[in-house]
Design a protein around this ligand. Structure first.
Ligand SMILES: Nc1ncnc2c1ncn2[C@@H]1O[C@H](COP(=O)(O)OP(=O)(O)O)[C@@H](O)[C@H]1O
Ligand SMILES: [Mg+2]
Length: 233
């Protein structure tokens, strides 16, 4: 059997560029001018990381003192990784609680942005509880266990709107496994919820509520629904 090496015919690019030169000449364009495209702007790591943040929260600034203090503490606790930048370490978690529209998700993405801006080498995932349950729904040909394991192990997880989705024994068990793993391994987790501690216990069960009580610092957001605020004239 003969091994085939995939190489480009070296004459091919020369032929193409000479043909291109002819076409440009016919149109009165000097080939050099056409080649001078503006250099692409370099994309920074921060910009690449921020591209994963939903557009609405791409410029979110965490301005709640507990949230900024948490981001500072996590950034300080980071150990230097292979590239020298600090990686995210074990640490505390936050539970951002408040009625709809008070800025919970904004504060959570603001915290992620603060860590990225501080240069923390950050592998993070964000998912709403409702999307999580839809995404992990058992179905043929999909390894939901693998997906769950990656969320359990992710160095930083934002679990948005916990307790807002329809629940069942299955969602309770899944939430328990996710939270328990992160609880046991002290993995920083940002949780947002509309539910008070008592309601969380009713909706998610006492095993989850009890772990959340220990592993998270509670941040309470108050005020009116920012989405329904009258614009200032
Ligand atoms: N601190 C803030 N500064 C400016 N806009 C904010 C702030 N907090 C929230 N918002 C805006 O208010 C709206 C509701 O915020 P959001 O975080 O989605 O609320 P929640 O998650 O509590 O339902 C969004 O449009 C968001 O961009
Ligand atoms: Mg929200």
């Amino acid at each position: 059997m003969t091994a085939t090496t995939l190489t480009r015919d070296p004459r091919q690019p020369a032929r193409i560029s000479s043909r291109l030169g002819d076409i440009l000449a016919q149109r009165g364009i000097a080939p050099d001018t056409a080649a001078q495209e503006p250099a692409p702007e370099p994309v920074t790591t921060l910009e690449r990381a921020e591209a994963r943040i939903p557009a609405r929260f791409r410029h979110a600034l965490a301005n709640h003192p507990q949230v900024t203090a948490w981001a500072d503490a996590i950034a300080r606790a980071g150990r230097p990784g292979p590239g020298g930048a600090p990686g995210i370490a074990e640490g505390p978690s936050l539970r951002i609680v408040g009625p709809t529209g008070t800025g919970k998700t904004h504060q959570a993405y603001g915290a992620i942005r603060a860590l990225l801006a501080a240069g923390v080498r950050l592998r993070w995932e964000a998912v709403t509880a409702a999307d999580l349950y839809a995404r992990l729904r058992p179905r043929p040909g999909f390894d939901s266990e693998r997906d769950l394991q990656s969320l359990m192990r992710c160095p930083l997880l934002l679990l948005d709107d916990l307790g807002a989705a329809k629940t069942s024994e299955w969602t309770e068990e899944l939430t328990y496994r996710l939270i328990n793993h992160r609880y046991e391994h002290l993995r920083p987790t940002l949780i947002t919820t509309n539910l008070t501690t008592r309601h969380l216990r009713q909706v998610l069960g006492d095993r989850v509520a009890s772990r959340l009580a220990e592993m998270t610092e509670r941040v309470i957001l108050e005020g009116e629904d920012r989405r329904r605020r009258k614009p200032v004239v």
